[in-house]
Design a protein around this ligand. Structure first.
Ligand code: 3HC
Length: 316
């Protein structure tokens, strides 16, 4: 079939709700968009371990330490899951990680902000992972099979991440005045970076037309952001916490909570590497990668030694 016929057949499959699998024909742009999104998603999971990992040794008690440890370990697993999903499209994990370490690859801007107090663990869990759940629940319906299936497992674990954060925020909101002040400060610092996680406004979202056409995304950036705001504002108000937005107001007709303007200059500055922690995050990733070199060499050496025995076993 010529490309037009193949494209029509491909789009008919998408419209019929079929999943596209690794061996299927797909437009180059479909493949490129998926590698772009999935690799950024994977990088975000791994870099996202850093703001929380810094607090594991400073958890206030053993239970909180165990919960945070479990969450951070989950994120590492999500990253591996997603690098593997990107590999089904022909990308290699090595080239994706090399691009990240060289500062050429994007990851979620939200992880370039500092986690300053223990209450940040609650704010990240409830806000950042809560936002991720909305986005990833949408991606579980993505037209590309391996990505949508990876989301099913990841979303199940994200709901634990959100719940543990919510529990922490509620506890401190009902705690001593110092705890209330600490958790309100954390909400104030993570609110706007979390709203930026959903990406630019739809009118500025250069990738959305293709992503929506081919049902990689099934909701727009602004629609997901609005869902998040509508969910979080009443929940935070219920525990007498506020969001740092003097222009926040409820639109009676739609029932939506309308926010003030997002600082897109700040967003693009962080995306372009000039956020509070961009340099620190990349240095930490480069250091971890270098320290893991011996593990990669040992695995490669074992694979070389084991190969003949395995081939003999197969032939045997
Ligand atoms: N941080 C960094 N870059 C961002 C961004 C963000 N929050 N939002 C948008 N961008 C970039 C895009 O990558 C794109 O640049 P590129 O073309 O060079 O890749 C540019 O800004 C224009 O944005 P678009 O709206 O056109 O991009 P998308 O349509 O891809 O939308 C997205 C951005 C909503 C992040 C989308 O890519 C997406 O849904 N990605 C998959 C989910 C994901 O990556 N989530 C990140 C968080 S992971 C996480 O939260 C872990 C959890 O455990 C906490």
């Amino acid at each position: 079939m010529i490309d037009d016929e193949r494209l029509n057949a491909f789009e008919a499959r998408i419209d019929a709700g079929e999943k596209i699998e690794p061996g299927d024909w797909m437009p180059d742009e479909y493949r490129r968009q998926l590698i772009r999104m999935i690799s950024q998603h994977a990088h975000s999971e791994v870099v996202g371990m850093l703001p929380e990992g810094a607090w594991i040794t400073r958890a206030p008690n053993l239970r909180q330490k165990l919960v945070l440890l479990a969450k951070v370990q989950d994120e590492a697993g999500h990253g591996q899951y997603l690098y593997h999903a990107a590999e089904t499209l022909g990308a290699t994990r090595e080239e994706l990680i090399e691009a990240l370490l060289a500062g050429r690859a994007k990851y979620a801007s939200v992880f370039n902000y500092p986690s300053l107090t223990w209450a940040d663990m609650g704010a990240i869990g409830w806000l950042v992972d809560g936002a991720a759940i909305l986005n990833q629940t949408m991606l579980a319906r993505c037209s590309y099979g391996p990505y949508s299936r990876a989301m099913v497992r990841i979303c199940a674990e994200e709901s634990f991440h959100k719940k543990q954060g919510q529990e922490m925020v509620i506890r401190y909101a009902r705690g001593t005045p110092a705890q209330r002040a600490m958790v309100q400060d954390a909400i104030n610092r993570w609110w706007w970076p979390t709203l930026m996680m959903f990406g630019p406004h739809d009118s500025d979202s250069t990738n959305s037309p293709a992503l929506l056409r081919w049902r990689i995304k099934t909701k727009t950036n602004d629609a997901l952001r609005q869902e998040f705001v509508n969910e979080l504002v009443p929940d935070l108000q219920a525990i007498d916490l506020s969001v740092p937005d003097a222009q926040l107001r409820r639109d009676a007709a739609s029932g939506n909570w309308l926010i003030g303007p997002i600082n897109w200059d700040e967003f693009w500055a962080v995306v372009r590497g000039n956020g509070p922690c961009n340099r620190e995050r990349l240095e930490a990733r480069r250091r971890a990668h270098a320290e893991g070199q011996w593990v990669r060499e040992a695995l490669a050496a074992y694979a070389t030694r084991a190969a003949p025995r395995e081939q003999a076993a197969v032939a045997g």
